[in-house]
Design a protein around this ligand. Sequence first.
Ligand code: FES
Ligand SMILES: [Fe+2]
Length: 239
Amino acid sequence: MDIHSQVLRQLNNRREGFSLEQPFYIDPDYYKLDLEMIWYRDWLFVGHDCEIPKAGNYVTLQIGDYPVLVLRTREGEIRAFHNTCRHRGHRVCTKDSGSATRLVCPYHQWTYQHDGTLMSARHMGDDFDKKQFGLKPVHCESVAGYIFVCLANEAPDFAPVRATIQPYMAPHRLAETKVAAKNTIIEKGNWKLVWENNRECYHCAANHPELCRTYPEAPTATGVQGAGDDPFISEHWQR
Ligand code: FES
Ligand SMILES: [Fe+2]
């Protein structure tokens, strides 16, 4: 049985309310499939508007095999590109974050504008058409100060993502904030395990007593759906 059918069979047979079978968390082939079927196809949260407040500010990140660059253009737009030089594939921006009036590849100095167009490529000859070698764009959207990208050729409709997120995030006016400090947490575990933990606060009483002072332990508190109908949560918001 090929791995696609095997995974589908296991997903169809999964027991509601129980963990997935072991290979979903540890098997490198399952992980590769996760990347292909989910991470390279859907919208991913990658950062905040306030991390790149000025024209030329950028952040870089790695999504599976793909280096990605997110930047603020001179017009104030947030754009994303594959952070891969169209000459020989060097990373164009090599730092985690920075600021650049132009994007200069450190290998042979091909130089790109904020909109990804190639503006200079030394010694390439008169018949070289720079228009054909701009940075490859990545779909990019921003909602309530949160930036999302999608690596797929055809991105799924962003409207439902926007509609879900906007009401929760807009009141915090994150686009008007500034970065005061940064903290990187690397969790050494499969991403599904991280999210399964994130979606429940059953473990909070034992592990985050300080959080429990401000955050309800109710199962609906961490869910997007249903929280509004839960009297416990409604009462919490009133407070
Ligand atoms: S790889 Fe970027 S200029 Fe050659
Ligand atoms: Fe060299």
